[in-house]
Ligand binder design. Structure first.
Ligand SMILES: [Zn+2]
Length: 141
């Protein structure tokens, strides 16, 4: 079963969203990717950001948003969270589109607001409950 998680940069509250079946190892991997100069992921936006904000390994922490999801709904819900709060994510298609900006392609009004993040997440969860009745059985923080 999948969990959706986020990592919040403690320096600037920028947020990365991901999904995994193994939170412990995913967190470990994110820490490795940030500092392992030999790895391909090293140059990704999220890891470059963590280094730019001078994070230490222990500050890179995966926090659960939703758990006990089947693959299909995990993909769907992850996408929605990325769209709403994943300002450190690269959306799919980014690499193949030369006109794609380096930041997420969000409309100005929908740019991630770093203030009131918890409140926005709470409202989002309510929307999910209505739109995805299947996940009622899931644990949603
Ligand atoms: Zn930051």
């Amino acid at each position: 079963m999948f969990s959706i998680y986020y990592i919040e940069c403690p320096e600037c509250q920028s947020t990365y969203v991901g999904k995994t079946t193994d939170l412990y190892n995913r967190e470990k991997k994110h820490r490795q990717n940030t500092f392992n100069t030999d790895g391909d992921p090293y140059k990704r936006k999220v890891y470059t950001h963590f280094r730019d904000c001078n994070l230490e390994r222990k500050q890179i922490v995966c926090q659960v948003l939703v758990e006990n999801l089947e693959d299909e709904e995990a993909v769907l819900i992850e996408r929605e969270y990325i769209r709403n709060i994943g300002d450190l994510n690269m959306l799919s298609g980014v690499m193949s589109d030369p006109n794609y900006p380096t930041h997420n392609k969000l409309e100005p009004g929908r740019r991630y607001e770093k203030k009131n993040r918890v409140e926005r997440l709470r409202k989002q969860r309510e929307k999910y409950r209505v739109r995805h009745p299947k996940i009622k059985s899931s644990t949603i923080i």
